[in-house]
Design a protein around this ligand. Structure first.
Ligand code: KG4
Ligand code: ZN
Length: 338
């Protein structure tokens, strides 16, 4: 079965063709990062306009690269929530147009479930149930993946997402947006033991995250050093930020795995591209004898293939939408409505 996946929830316009939820036939991603960089973050109005301009070309290239004709596609899947509302509406409107004009089914996909599905494209044998950490620019969730279409959120962030924390710490250090990758690169030449950063305590749930205190202590450390005219070592501070975030993520996920009885762990979302996060999860899972899965590096960030993959599982479970499908800026993954 061939599913077309369309993603436009943030600053990537992406379209992909995926066979049977597992095999990528084409995947085209047009990123707007260079344009948003000068503002230090994504400007929603600019993002919507660029999606409008790019989506047709990205769609045509995805069809061409796949070697298939549009007529061979079984269904059109699209991210309809969560994300920037104007940006989401471009993908949803385009997908509705395609589906209505061709008579093909329209399949709504929750963006976070798409990130989880990036693992199905990387690991052909991975099947639910398992525990997944989704850490991106907008989300930090520990999720029980009960089946391909049933999710239960065990832990979430109370304030900033892990990716947001990477980006804000990077910005304070003078790195360009998005800063996560720059912290990752600088960490390779840094020593994490030089700067000690706090581990947040989150009252209420032992599986919830809080990253805003970590961000504040990095900003304070930089300001104090500037006042004392002491040069910050960016490599060492980057290594500390990366090490601290990795330990927080691993600690909470391992606690949840013990309490909920999971020995199969997956990562997803932009932050799962981080080398420190990947290696700490890998070593901790191997020490415990857990099965561990993470997406290929090119599937960690937003892409259309993950939407097509999840779209396949939604479609075979009977999840489709009519022409009244709307986009929603927010929607919990464990309370999905269409
Ligand atoms: O999943 P994603 O592409 O978009 C959202 O749905 O938010 O995630 C983007 C986030 C950004 O915060 C970015 O800095 C972070 O993922 N990121 C990284 C790395 N690559 C991307 N953070 C740390 N290390 C990386 N290598
Ligand atoms: Zn995303």
């Amino acid at each position: 079965m061939l599913i077309l996946g369309i993603e436009s929830s943030c600053d990537e316009t992406a379209v992909s063709l995926v066979k049977d939820g597992r095999e990528i036939l084409s995947s085209v991603v047009s990123t707007q990062i260079e344009e948003h960089k000068k503002y230090g973050g994504v400007v929603p109005e600019i993002a919507s306009r660029r999606h409008c301009e790019n989506i047709l070309g990205v769609f045509e290239k995805a069809i061409e690269d796949s070697g298939k004709a549009f007529s061979e596609i079984d269904a059109v899947a699209v991210t309809y929530s969560p994300g920037l509302i104007g940006a989401l509406l471009v993908g949803v409107s385009f997908a509705k147009g395609l589906a209505m004009a061709s008579g093909k089914p329209l399949v709504p996909v929750h963006h976070i479930s798409g990130h989880i599905a990036s693992n199905y494209l990387t690991h052909k044998n991975l099947e639910p149930p398992y525990l997944c950490l989704v850490a991106s620019g907008g989300h930090s969730h520990i999720i029980e993946v009960k089946s391909y279409t049933e999710f239960n959120v065990i832990g979430r962030t109370r304030d900033d997402a892990a990716g947001e924390c990477f980006d804000k710490c990077a910005r304070a250090m003078g790195f360009p947006y998005p800063g996560g990758i720059h912290i990752d690169n600088a960490s390779k030449n840094g020593d994490f033991s030089v700067y000690k950063l706090p581990y947040p305590k989150v009252a209420g749930s032992e599986y919830d995250f809080s990253f805003s205190g970590l961000k504040t202590s990095v900003i304070n450390l930089i300001h104090n050093s500037e006042q004392k005219k002491i040069q910050i070592n960016k490599n060492n501070l980057s290594a500390s930020v990366q090490h601290t975030i990795s330990e927080i993520l691993v600690g909470k996920v391992m606690k949840a795995s013990e309490d909920f009885g999971y020995k199969k762990i997956a990562l997803a979302g932009g932050v799962s591209a981080n080398s420190g996060v990947r290696s700490l999860f890998e070593s901790e899972c191997s020490r415990r004898g857990y099965e561990f899965y993470m997406p290929a590096l090119n599937l960690c960030g937003d892409n259309g293939a993950m939407i097509a993959s999840q779209g396949y599982y939604n479609y075979i479970s009977g999840i489709t939408a009519g022409e009244s499908l709307n986009a929603y800026a927010t929607m919990p993954i464990d309370d999905i409505t269409f």
